[in-house]
Ligand binder design. Structure first.
Ligand SMILES: [Zn+2]
Length: 477
């Protein structure tokens, strides 16, 4: 009893202090926890369609994000942004006072967790504010920025969203990129060991939890970066070239980006530690050969995840590089003109060579095999060209299915697997007690993931149409 009184006093104190909607919810018979929704600024509430403490979503098809078969005719009770009950509609009691939304003919998936989701695009070091809107409107509720061109602004935006002052996904910010001599001058090219350590210390103090190494990083720098990041509770992922997947895995890297396209393990004429050699290996390699399987098994044994970025690769495949209607609407006139230029080039070449198409297929095969062997495959948009934040994440879903994954598997890759590598067990799944960040798709997701009708995050149901309404021509201005 004493303990209960103490918890109540603390709870009331917290409730008053934060001045937010809080409620005591009995979880089971003996546990009491506080559930509250954060307060949102009025300008954000303008995009919110559902704003009530208790929601009942009825008659809906649910993909749980864990890869289990979808279940039809489900009812979900959400209280203050958390799932309180999930089950067959006939068996779930709807609490008094709940706002009921009949979702017959619709589908629910967990909010997408994108782990290669920048707040910049080539030539534009920060497009965070428009990108955030696009992510959320497309059903992406958590992102890891996976290398930042302007980390300071990323950290700021992440805080603003967290405080309910700006609209967007939860943002796990990463620090500036590390690379090596000959690499991109906008990135950190370490002068010495101290430079690396100081950089990591500086950014982790600011709340950064991820560092990305880029193509020219030297092996000795990578070892120091990994050691220092791990010491400071941060993780390291890489877009590799100078260093092979095998070496990076043996150094203790946490994740590797882009899959087969950046695997230098099989390059011909490659020098150790230098980004050189040729890409023809992609065409010649047997994906189900022992050497590829051995490499993938090494990654799996060392818990190294692999991030799939199929949409951005597809954008360089001539017979596939088409921007859809909604993308053209949102792109700035500058990005649109760049797109037409690229399109014209592709069209004028009229080459019968479908090299890049074949390579896309190999990249898919590599990822499919890694997943089937038990590897943690995640996904991210890596926005660029005409592949936009959010829209490109949805395109990834379609491409993962083209790669052979089932709907359930593709959703798992894009939700709970992302949450797993971010060590966030609260999101990425539709499960009792977890955070109710989820997406309502109008219709059958097997046919179309793009018809996003509602996006729930932090207990608020956003209307994507309202978010996208004033975005015409705004992205990449
Ligand atoms: Zn990237």
């Amino acid at each position: 009893m004493k303990q209960l009184t103490f918890i109540l006093i603390i709870a009331i104190f917290l409730g008053c202090k934060q001045n937010s909607k809080s409620e005591f919810i009995a979880l089971g018979s003996d546990k009491i926890s506080i559930r509250e929704r954060k307060e949102l600024n009025q300008n954000i509430l303008n995009y919110v369609k559902y704003n009530s403490d208790v929601l009942a979503l009825t008659n809906v098809t649910v993909f749980d994000g864990k890869g289990n078969p979808a279940k039809e005719n489900q009812t979900l009770i959400v209280e203050n942004g958390h799932f309180q009950a999930i089950g067959q509609s006939s068996k779930i009691d709807i609490p008094k006072g709940a706002t009921t939304i009949n979702l017959k003919g619709k589908t629910i998936i967990p909010g997408i967790v994108g782990v290669h989701n920048h707040l910049h695009i080539p030539r534009f070091p920060f497009v965070g504010e428009t990108a955030s809107k696009l992510y959320l409107a497309s059903g992406v509720t958590t992102i890891q920025t996976c290398g930042s061109a302007s980390p300071e602004q990323g950290v700021e935006l992440s805080k603003k969203i967290e405080q309910g002052k700006f609209i967007g996904p939860n943002i796990i910010t990463s620090g500036p990129y590390f690379t090596g001599k000959g690499g991109n001058p906008n990135m950190i090219i370490p002068r010495d060991e101290k430079h690396i350590k100081d950089t990591i210390q500086y950014w982790t103090k600011k709340g950064v939890r991820w560092f990305k190494v880029y193509r020219h990083t030297t092996p000795s720098d990578l070892e120091i970066i990994i050691q220092e990041a791990h010491k400071r509770n941060a993780k390291v992922t890489g877009h590799l070239c100078s260093i092979t997947f095998e070496q990076a895995t043996n150094f203790g890297i946490d994740g590797i980006e882009h899959g087969l396209n950046s695997t230098s393990d099989f390059r011909k004429n490659k020098t150790f530690g230098i980004c050189d050699g040729s890409r023809e290996y992609i065409d010649e390699l047997n994906i189900d050969s022992e050497k590829v399987k051995r490499l993938q098994q090494l990654m799996i044994d060392n818990n190294v995840f692999l991030t799939s970025t199929l949409a951005i690769y597809e954008s360089s495949v001539p017979n596939r590089a088409f921007a859809d209607e909604r993308t053209l609407e949102v792109m700035s006139s500058f990005l649109k003109s760049q797109y037409s230029e690229r399109r014209n080039n592709f069209d004028s070449q009229k080459s019968s060579d479908n090299l890049r198409e074949r390579r896309l297929k190999r990249i898919m095969e590599f990822e499919y095999q890694f997943f089937k062997m038990g590897g943690t495959l995640t996904a991210g948009v890596d926005a660029g060209r005409h592949v936009l934040p959010g829209f490109g994440d949805q395109r990834n879903f379609e491409l993962l299915k083209e790669a052979g994954f089932t709907n359930e598997e593709a959703i798992k890759i894009m939700t709970s697997n992302g949450a797993k590598v971010l060590s966030n067990s609260e999101v990425g799944v539709i499960e009792n007690g977890k955070k109710a960040d989820f997406v309502v798709i109008n219709g059958d997701i097997k046919k179309n993931i793009r018809n996003v009708e509602l996006v729930f995050k932090d207990g608020y149901g956003y209307d994507p149409k309202l978010i996208l309404k004033d975005m015409n021509g705004k992205f990449g201005e």
